[in-house]
Design a protein around this ligand. Structure first.
Ligand SMILES: [Zn+2]
Length: 275
C-alpha cells in the first residue's frame, strides 16, 4: 500500500510534462464539447476535465519528510474546507503560491506532519495548487494519496482547502468557479456522484469548517458540478445509498472552537495512520 516517492529527477520531469499538458488543455477543457460517441474511460476523463493546476515545483514545496501513502482504492468522498486564514484581496498567482508554501510550513513544522495535509488548495484568486505529494498522478490513476485533513476518515476522503474564512463572508467568484471545476474533475476521475460524494469537513468532525456560508453553498455547488459534468459528457456515477461505516456522522458544531490561523477542526484521529 505504501509507495516511496520516485527520484527527484524523474518526478520533476513527469510533473513538468503534466503541468504543460494541463496548462495546454485547461482553457479548452471546459470550453469544448466531447464529440466522441465512445464511452470515456476514467483516465480520459481526468485528462479532459482537469483544471489548470500549479504543481508543487511552482510553489517550491519541500520534499515530504516520510513516505507518502498511496491506496489503490479511490476515495469515496471529497471534503471541502476553508483555510481559516484571512480573506485576502490579493488574487495574484504569487500570493496563491505563497499560501501553499505557508500551509506546508505550518503543517510540517508546527503539526509535525510529513507534508502538507490536504491534497489540493484553491486561492481566492481561483488558482488551483497541488497539495500533498503525488496527488495529480494518483488522481489520474484512480488511486488515493492519504492526507491529514479529516480526523478518522483520511483513508476515504480527499480534501480541498479553500483560502479564507467563511463563517460570515462569501468566497470569491473566482474561487467558487475553480472549486466547481475541481469537484467535477474529481467526480469524473474517481467515478463519484456529486450529490453524495461532496461534503464539508463538519459532516465528519466537530468543527465549523468550512464555515456557515461555504457550507450552505454545498447543495448549489453539487448541482453546478453535476451540470458541468453533463455539459462535457462526463459520466455521473450512481449516488451512494448503502450504509457506509466510514460515511459522514454529522456531529454538532462546537461553539467554543479555537480561532487561529490554519486551524479548521480535527484533522487526525486514532483511526488514521497518516500524518
Ligand atoms: Zn477543515
Amino acid at each position: 500500500m505504501t509507495e516511496n516517492p520516485g527520484s527527484g529527477l524523474d518526478r520533476r520531469a513527469i510533473l513538468r510534462g503534466a503541468a504543460i499538458a494541463s496548462g495546454a488543455v485547461a482553457l479548452g477543457a471546459f470550453g469544448a464539447t466531447n464529440a466522441s460517441a465512445q464511452p470515456v474511460d476514467a483516465t480520459d476523463v481526468a485528462r479532459i476535465a482537469q483544471p489548470e493546476l500549479y504543481w508543487r515545483g511552482a510553489w517550491n514545496a519541500r520534499p515530504p519528510s516520510g513516505p507518502i501513502q498511496v491506496l489503490a482504492a479511490p476515495p469515496r468522498y471529497i471534503v471541502v474546507h476553508h483555510t481559516a486564514t484571512a480573506n485576502s484581496t490579493n488574487y495574484t498567482l504569487d500570493h496563491a503560491l505563497a499560501l501553499s508554501k505557508s500551509i506546508q510550513n505550518y503543517h510540517m513544522d508546527s503539526n509535525g506532519w510529513i507534508d502538507t495535509g490536504q491534497q489540493l488548495t484553491i486561492s481566492r484568486g481561483g488558482h488551483l495548487m497541488e497539495g500533498r505529494d503525488r496527488t495529480p498522478e494518483s488522481i489520474a490513476a484512480r488511486q488515493h494519496v492519504v492526507g491529514a485533513h479529516v480526523a478518522n476518515n483520511n483513508n476515504t476522503c480527499i480534501g480541498i482547502e479553500n483560502e479564507g474564512t467563511y463563517t460570515s463572508a462569501s468566497p470569491t467568484q473566482a474561487l467558487t468557479n475553480t472549486l466547481v471545476q475541481t469537484l467535477a474533475w474529481l467526480c469524473g476521475a474517481y467515478g463519484l456522484n456529486p450529490q453524495s460524494a461532496i461534503l464539508g469537513h463538519r459532516d465528519f468532525n466537530a468543527t465549523a469548517c468550512p464555515g456557515d456560508v461555504l457550507y450552505s453553498m454545498l447543495p448549489d455547488l453539487r448541482n453546478r458540478v453535476a451540470q458541468t459534468m453533463l455539459a462535457h459528457d462526463i459520466p455521473i456515477a450512481a449516488a451512494r445509498h448503502e450504509p457506509d461505516e466510514n460515511g459522514p456522522t454529522y456531529p454538532a458544531v462546537p461553539d467554543n472552537e479555537p480561532e487561529r490561523e490554519f486551524y479548521h477542526g480535527p484533522t487526525r484521529g486514532e483511526d488514521d495512520f497518516s500524518r
